[in-house]
Design a protein around this ligand. Structure first.
Ligand code: NAP
Length: 278
């Protein structure tokens, strides 16, 4: 079976992708190879992860054609401050051994650089033909709207932390209203969902694991893509085995109801003032 596809601006984005942070070296290359051999076609990396070369080793070992993969990377603060985003992306392309990205993201709304400047840099990269799509990560609703306005509507994605314990209601509403998609990072709350009694109860009904149910809950939502990371082969394979069952509306609601005010896990000191769940 293959992942469902999100259609955004005539691009096909596999809803279930593969996260690669914090893997590096052989562990990363082996995991990416196993993921692609399992059927994943959407791979998430970033310059900050310092693993793009290992990701490309895994891709080469799996032997799947470049055109069949959807590769995302992200730019860190220094690329914008040094005013050479195109040069930085060319370095990523060399490490990834490809001549284009599918999606390039601004990794965070870095406070030292304006949204306007970061978006302008991304558009230059896109106009130079180095990436098909551009987007943002860790942006608030107001920042997404600003990025949309600055880009003339070419921003397609906001990648944010999203799992059962963190409501992303305002961000989801914003991406849907503006024709974007949301990519969920830390989608299993870093594995924490595996012990959740409410999710375990739902999982038992389908003979699935709580992690599988959580990933299914994500891809069943409109305009949501998810990028679980796994280093162990059993996890990589099990996380891909989520296309043969469908959660009921009641199950979906029960998982949404697990969101709590202190559910956010990733909150560095340079993070923006997050949107409050409605
Ligand atoms: P995650 O995918 O929710 O959790 C990863 C953890 O869950 C690992 O410890 C993994 O263990 C474990 N796990 C995976 N499958 C499992 C299973 N079936 N059963 C039990 N445990 C399982 O969290 P994440 O790594 O923070 O996020 C995923 C990806 O999002 C990252 O890799 C990265 O690509 C991206 N990300 C982006 C940002 C951003 O700022 N844009 C921030 C954070 C993450 P094993 O490794 O042992 O298999």
């Amino acid at each position: 079976m293959q992942s469902p596809i999100l259609k955004v601006k005539s691009s096909d984005i596999p809803a279930l992708g593969f996260g690669t942070w914090p893997m590096k070296g052989k562990e990363c290359a082996d995991a990416v190879r196993t993921a692609i051999e399992t059927g994943y076609r959407h791979i998430d990396t970033a310059q900050f992860y310092a693993n793009e070369a290992s990701v490309s080793e895994g891709i080469a070992a799996a032997g799947v054609a470049r055109k069949d993969l959807f590769i995302t990377t992200k730019l860190w603060r220094d690329s914008f401050v040094s005013d050479d985003a195109i040069g930085a992306v060319r370095e990523s392309l060399q490490r990834l051994k490809t001549d284009y990205l599918d999606l390039l993201l601004i990794h965070w709304p870095f406070p030292e650089v304006s949204v306007k400047k970061m978006v302008k840099d991304l558009m230059e990269v896109q106009n130079a033909g180095l990436t098909k799509l551009i987007g943002v990560s860790n942006f608030t609703v107001a920042q997404v709207k600003e990025a949309m306005a600055e880009s003339g509507g070419t921003i397609v994605c906001n990648q944010v932390e999203y799992h059962p314990y963190l409501s992303q209601g305002p961000v989801l509403k914003c991406v849907r209203e503006n024709g974007l998609f949301l990519t969920s990072y830390s989608p299993t709350a870093r594995g924490y969902v595996k012990d959740d009694p409410a999710i375990k109860k739902i999982a038992a009904k389908y003979d699935k694991t709580p992690v599988q149910v959580t990933l299914r809950w994500q891809i069943q939502q409109e305009r949501v893509s998810t990028i679980p990371k796994a280093s162990t082969t059993a996890h990589i394979k099990s996380n891909f085995d989520i296309f043969d069952f469908t959660l009921t509306d009641e199950d979906m609601r029960a998982i949404h109801a697990l969101a709590r005010p202190d559910g956010r896990m990733i909150d560095p000191d340079f993070a923006p003032k997050w949107d409050k769940a409605a």
